[in-house]
Write a protein that binds this ligand. Structure first.
Ligand SMILES: [Zn+2]
Length: 309
């Protein structure tokens, strides 16, 4: 006799709670690493939308009509900013509101690395190394790879969501605090795990990891290409091979969807090992854990390859 009563009571409660709270605001996030952090702040409320999903690259993304419709419906669009998602700079103006990570107060912002091993300064006829976001001197947009920056985004997102959706401000604040605790914990783990890698040079496919490298005292020797959408030419490859040898780099890291054969050829020519880094989360499932899976994956790949002898 009690069961129907309990069910009826629960049903009543459910109806009362859904009747009271308005629909959660539609939030749209540009790329997976940021989406993971926003999903963590919105945990238990709703899942934010994601523009660059699956293994698509955030560099040179082809903004689709379906993306434009999602953007017009969104109450808030969260992105790195015009220095990173250059393809979103114009469309974002049609969104009712946007939050650019690069504009948040206190954000650590590093200039795009140029010169040295980072860019071939041969003024020959090979211009394949020119990059969208290296053409006008601006900041390196891979801001999320410093966990302190991730924490600043989390706080800014919680504050903005609270302003848009005050009924759930408490939930956003509690989720943000939990996310920050988790960030601090993972940051400590990574620092301990990566400390022994100082002084062990390696080469990456594209220069995405500057924030991560500076935070954890890593010693990269250079990047294969400035533009992940365009593999390097033969001349650049020869320069890189020599640099790799000179630096004594023992690992060359490819990326999930970029230039496998290029990296393999380079590593073989220089006698280095090949491994993979996924700085933009191409292989990471979206959701509240995505950011943590992403940074832990980078650390594990570095440790794995650079600790081997
Ligand atoms: Zn990148």
């Amino acid at each position: 006799m009690r069961k129907p009563f309990v069910a009826a009571a629960l049903c009543g409660l459910f109806l009362a709670s859904t009747a009271q709270a308005a629909e959660p605001p539609a939030i749209l996030v540009s790329i997976k690493p940021l989406h993971g952090l926003v999903a963590s702040v919105m945990k238990g409320v709703a899942e934010p939308g994601l523009i660059v999903s699956g293994t698509a690259s955030p560099h040179g993304y082809a903004f689709k009509p379906s993306d434009a419709r999602a953007l017009e419906k969104a109450r808030l669009v969260i992105w790195v900013g015009k220095d990173f998602e250059t393809w979103l700079e114009r469309p974002v103006g049609r969104a009712s509101e946007n939050l650019a990570m690069e504009d948040i107060a206190g954000m650590i912002r590093l200039p795009t690395r140029e010169g040295g091993a980072w860019e071939a300064h041969d003024h020959g006829h090979e211009h394949e190394d020119h990059h969208d976001h290296a053409d006008h001197d601006e900041i390196d947009g891979h801001l999320w790879l410093d966990p302190d920056n991730a924490g600043r985004l989390v706080d800014a997102v919680a504050a903005r969501l609270a302003a848009i959706d005050p009924d759930r401000a408490g939930t956003y604040a509690a989720n943000a605090a939990a996310t920050r605790r988790r960030l601090a914990e993972v940051d400590g783990q990574l620092a301990a795990q990566l400390a022994p890698l100082a002084g062990r040079p390696y080469v990456v496919f594209h220069d995405a990891h500057q924030y991560f490298e500076k935070r954890y005292g890593l010693t990269p020797a250079g990047a294969v290409t400035v533009d992940p959408e365009r593999p390097p030419g033969a001349r650049r490859m020869a320069i890189l091979r020599d640099r790799l040898k000179a630096a004594g780099a023992s690992c060359v890291f490819r990326e999930p969807r970029f230039a496998g054969p290029t990296v393999t050829a380079l590593a073989e020519a220089a006698g280095a090992r090949i491994a993979q880094l996924d700085p933009e989360g191409a292989l990471v499932d979206p959701g509240p854990d995505a950011y943590f899976v992403l940074v832990k994956g980078i650390a594990a790949a570095l440790v794995d390859c650079l600790s081997a002898h």
